[in-house]
Design a protein around this ligand. Structure first.
Ligand code: THU
Length: 143
């Protein structure tokens, strides 16, 4: 369900848009910028491609690495902007990666037009595999 878009959402999106041009995309030429709001600070990232295509890092994970490196592991929101006609959604791997740092964070998405979508991460990735599963007794142990 579409959500109300706040001033804060648009401000975070502006940081994603600002950094988008730094994307390193010699193979796809598809530029993605991301910005994460965590601990009252903004962390930006871009997609960084590689000649070994599978070694490419998406913009969202790039921003997440910057936030964690700065000491923040609780994210409030992520904004993503890509070169797509429709607002750019995070890929499956990025949804999982982000869920580690708050499964219900806001996800603000945009593309080449002014259209903006806002969803919660748990709408994009229901039933995420999160650390709680690792903490549970899985029943395999002998008593
Ligand atoms: N890409 C991202 O940076 N984030 C996404 O969520 C979707 C895909 C990048 C990876 C690659 O550099 C390019 O977009 C085309 O797939």
């Amino acid at each position: 369900m579409p959500k109300h878009i706040t001033e804060g959402d648009l401000a975070l999106l502006a940081f994603a848009r600002e950094i988008q041009q730094r994307a390193y995309v010699p193979y796809s030429n598809f530029r993605v910028g991301a910005a994460i709001y965590a601990g009252g600070e903004i962390f930006q990232g871009v997609n960084v491609e590689n000649a070994a295509y599978g070694s490419t890092i998406c913009a969202e994970r790039s921003a997440a690495l910057a936030a964690v490196t700065a000491g923040h592991t609780d994210f409030d929101a992520v904004a993503v902007i890509g070169d797509s006609d429709a607002p750019c959604v995070p890929c499956g791997a990025c949804r999982q990666f982000l869920a580690e740092f708050n499964p219900s964070m806001r996800v603000i998405m945009s593309g080449k037009t002014d259209a903006v979508d806002v969803m919660r991460l748990d709408e994009l990735l229901p039933e995420a595999f999160v650390r709680g599963y690792l903490d549970q007794d899985n029943g395999d142990d002998e008593e």
